[in-house]
Design a binder for this molecule. Structure first.
Ligand code: NAP
Length: 293
């Protein structure tokens, strides 16, 4: 696509951003949907530069942007409006610039839930266990609660952080039964959880032989979801597959959260323009063949 005076600009801000797959995903979507726009990644060195970057985005009329580590929380103070989920989480990963007004959203949890639904998994009234209590765990826990999960077990290396997440989720919906434990206390985790989600970096490249928990502690009822996408299938996923258990890897969530950002930025796109299943399949294939090989 030709770049001309009408080309809109979208971008990612964070630090580091050199390994980000967002430019690949969003530029593919712009090409695929014939939107005259480009997406770049900008490394923002520190908080002082973040303020200046936001002022620059406004001054130049950059149409929208994503925010990644370490600015998902800090960006909130520069936003003019914040949608409900981002407000609850206190973190935004997607910002739309509407006539100079910056509106913040968080699409991480929605991307996760969409991948469950695409697999026909209904988690209403079910029991899930989350390993980890960081940013991704917060987004996922809040989304699970919104979707009607009945019971949540938070398993984390640092028990205090698990308890903090427990308190956070309880405030959103007190009727959800939530417990937490340390990663060393796996013997007390019930083996009948419907969904086990790894949100820690354990097993991520280059430490691909690591695993946060043994799948053999669970039964074939449990679906294993690892949000790591490099490698595409972590040791946790491969070991669960060996036992015949159902698994989902992190690529699905990664692409879904990006498509949700596009839907926010380009609300006029119809479902036919942005055919989710087709776009996701093509992007995942490009990532697998060009990046993860
Ligand atoms: P984060 O906020 O830093 O949280 C990391 C969590 O993992 C913390 O609970 C931490 O425990 C735990 N942890 C870290 N190292 C550990 C270790 N060696 N052993 C046991 N636990 C450990 O990170 P995040 O933003 O939530 O991201 C976590 C992972 O999710 C990353 O691998 C990231 O790439 C992936 N991710 C994927 C997607 C996607 O779209 N697929 C989206 C977001 C994130 P403590 O509390 O004890 O420190």
């Amino acid at each position: 696509m030709n770049i001309n005076a009408d080309t809109e600009l979208y971008c990612l801000i964070g630090n580091p951003i050199s390994k980000s797959l967002s430019p690949l995903i969003h530029n593919f979507i712009f090409e695929h949907t014939s939107i005259n726009a480009k997406y770049l990644a900008f490394n923002v060195n520190n908080s002082y530069d973040l303020e200046k970057a936001v002022a620059g985005i406004k001054a130049l009329g950059i149409s929208g942007f994503n925010v990644t580590i370490p600015y998902k929380i800090e960006i909130m103070k520069y936003l003019d409006e914040i949608d409900e989920k981002a407000q609850i989480l206190g973190a935004a990963n997607t910002v739309a610039n509407i006539n100079g007004k910056l509106i913040g959203y968080n699409t991480d949890g929605d991307g996760f839930i969409k991948s469950l639904k695409d697999q026909g998994i209904d988690i209403r009234g079910k029991k899930a266990a989350i390993i980890g209590a960081g940013g991704a765990a917060h987004s996922i826990a809040v989304s699970l609660v919104y979707e009607g999960i009945k019971e949540l077990i938070i398993i984390n290396r640092n028990l205090k952080n698990a308890e903090k997440l427990q308190g956070f989720v309880k405030k959103i919906k007190s009727s959800v039964y939530i417990s937490c434990c340390n990663l060393d206390e796996v013997s007390i985790i019930p083996n009948d959880v419907d969904l086990l989600i790894n949100t820690t970096p354990v097993g991520m490249y280059p430490n691909i032989e690591d695993m946060p928990i043994f799948p053999s502690l669970f039964t074939s009822k449990t679906v294993f979801y690892d949000i790591i996408y490099k490698p595409e299938n972590t040791k946790l996923i491969l070991e669960a597959q060996k036992l015949g258990y159902r698994t989902i890897n992190g690529l699905d969530m990664l692409v879904n959260q990006a498509i949700y950002s596009q839907k926010i930025w380009n609300s006029k796109l119809s479902n036919e323009d942005l055919d989710w299943a087709v776009i996701k399949k093509k992007i995942i294939s490009i990532i697998k063949n060009q990046i993860l090989k």
